[in-house]
Design a binder for this molecule. Structure first.
Ligand SMILES: C[S@@+](CC[C@H](N)C(=O)[O-])C[C@H]1O[C@@H](n2cnc3c(N)ncnc32)[C@H](O)[C@@H]1O
Length: 460
């Protein structure tokens, strides 16, 4: 049938045939309905001709699911993972890597144009990853009861809370050490006798398994539960240390409902309470709950991009907001800068302080504070010449852009993991006199539509 964008309305189903013309920021391919409305279709690639089942219709757009690929586009590739079509862990394994890189550069440009109101945003070509698979140093995998009554571990099916079981080959995005430890845990988890948490029924306890590995392949396993693991099960889990590269087993308690994976309390069952990671010749202590960039190799590329954004001078004073364990602070401290880091997660600040000490960097100080109140947390006499900030996906706290406009130094370095919130903040900052000079994307998350970027804003 050679009808592009035509709609067939059955009793319940609407089936259309469309050509995919581009990829949208969320990662879906974009086709068109006959009336011109955009049709967003996950797991499609530009140039694909597809038969689509429309699942949602709105005034100006619709959403659909692929029923059949009639003709693949030039950028469609065979996904390396057997569950890539259903697992929500990564949305883009069907898209050739160069096309992913081009799309992400476009997302940054488009967000800064559309949301940031910039006519010609200064977006550089994305720094592509040398290794677009097997890059993740951390996995956080939900656990549930499977249809056979046994434990099921794997990522959620896109847009649902159904678990797609982890394939026996493991996850292609994980570093081999993470995969090895995760598959070992999958093998032995049932022996602990813990019942998976069912949010609907409010019963059970086991929620997630987190595995993080360092560059030496040493793995930390964290069992996230609603209630503390009973002593017998804790002893069995503790005995995992020494197997499959596991050096530490911990129990994190998360009693709250909702999507936040880790809770505030963590108990060590065996081994050290933190990993000693090495990155770029620096040592980082990483506690179970501290944030650390998941792609170590590309974090080095990102650090290179930050270093190249402006001439960092020894003795310069930098205020770093959202500093985490000091991933960005330590390399700047090594250049002889004075840096004060602010972060609201106390365990991460303790890690950052230990990291500065372990690496012999006395010019670095840190405090536990909300980014919004950073100026109140500064050491006496500390006057920042640059603010470096790396907020979570939602971008700067409401009100922080105004504080920066009022008190900020001549230069801001903004590390972003979401083009839309970056563009919103750039617009707020531009209204207060800061101009975006450079936006350099770095691919920290291959096989997914997520985009990291480092940005330089200058006042005046
Ligand atoms: C994207 S991470 C960046 C961490 C660090 N720059 C790195 O590269 O490892 C964001 C950090 O901001 C912290 N954070 C989130 N909201 C915050 C807030 N309102 N004030 C201060 N820190 C916050 C998180 O705990 C997390 O460590």
């Amino acid at each position: 049938m050679d009808i592009v964008g035509s709609v067939f309305r059955g009793v319940e189903t609407i089936i259309v045939t469309t050509d995919i013309i581009s990829v949208a920021a969320g990662g879906d391919g974009v086709g068109r309905l006959e009336d011109g409305r955009a049709l967003f279709v996950p797991r499609t690639a530009p140039g694909d001709r597809v038969e689509v089942r429309v699942v949602e219709e709105h005034k100006s757009f619709a959403r659909g699911r692929v029923k059949r690929i009639l003709a693949p586009g030039p950028d469609r590739v065979a996904p390396p993972c057997p569950v890539a079509g259903e697992c929500g862990g990564c949305a883009w394994q069907h898209l050739a890597y160069p096309a992913q890189v081009a799309a992400k550069t476009g997302f940054l440009r488009e967000a800064l144009r559309r949301i940031g109101s910039m006519e010609s945003p200064p977006v550089a070509e994305l720094l592509a990853a040398a290794h677009p698979l097997r890059y993740r140093n951390k996995a956080q995998v939900p656990v549930a009861t499977g249809p056979d009554g046994g434990l099921r571990m794997g990522y959620y099916r896109e847009g649902s809370h159904d678990i797609v079981p982890l394939p026996d080959e493991g996850c292609r995005l994980l570093q081999p050490a993470v995969d090895k430890a995760l598959l070992f845990v999958r093998e032995h988890l049932a022996e602990l006798g813990l019942r998976p948490y069912d949010q609907g029924l409010g019963q059970g306890s086991l929620r997630h398994v987190m595995v993080r590995a360092d560059a030496q392949g040493r793995a930390m396993v964290v069992l996230v539960t609603r209630e503390a693991i009973p002593p017998g099960a804790a002893d069995l889990a503790a005995a995992w240390v020494g197997q499959a590269g596991i050096v530490s087993v911990q129990n994190n308690l998360q009693a709250k409902t909702g999507n936040v994976i880790l809770g505030a309390e963590t108990k060590v069952l065996a081994g050290p309470d933190a990993l000693d990671e090495q990155l770029g010749g620096l040592e980082y202590r990483l506690s179970a709950t501290s944030f650390f960039q998941v792609n170590s190799e590309q974090t080095l590329a990102m650090l290179g991009a930050i270093m190249g954004l402006r001439p960092w001078k020894p003795g310069e004073s930098v205020l770093e907001l959202y500093c985490g364990v000091g991933t960005l602070s330590l390399p700047l401290g090594r250049l002889g800068l004075r840096l004060h880091g602010v972060e609201n997660h106390a365990a991460a600040v303790a890690d950052a302080q230990a990291n500065a000490l372990a690496n012999g960097l006395p010019g670095l100080t840190f405090s536990v504070a909300d980014a919004l109140r950073a100026w109140q947390a500064l050491p006496p006499g500390f006057e920042p010449q640059v603010v470096l900030m790396d907020p979570p996906r939602k971008g700067l706290e409401p009100g922080l852009a105004a504080v920066l406009v009022e008190k900020g130094p001549p230069e801001l370095v903004y590390v972003s993991c979401d083009p839309a919130s970056l563009a919103r903040d750039v617009k707020l900052l531009a209204a207060g006199g800061y101009q975006l000079k450079t936006c350099q994307g770095v691919d920290l998350f291959p096989q997914t539509p997520h985009v990291e970027s480092v940005n330089l804003l200058v006042r005046g």
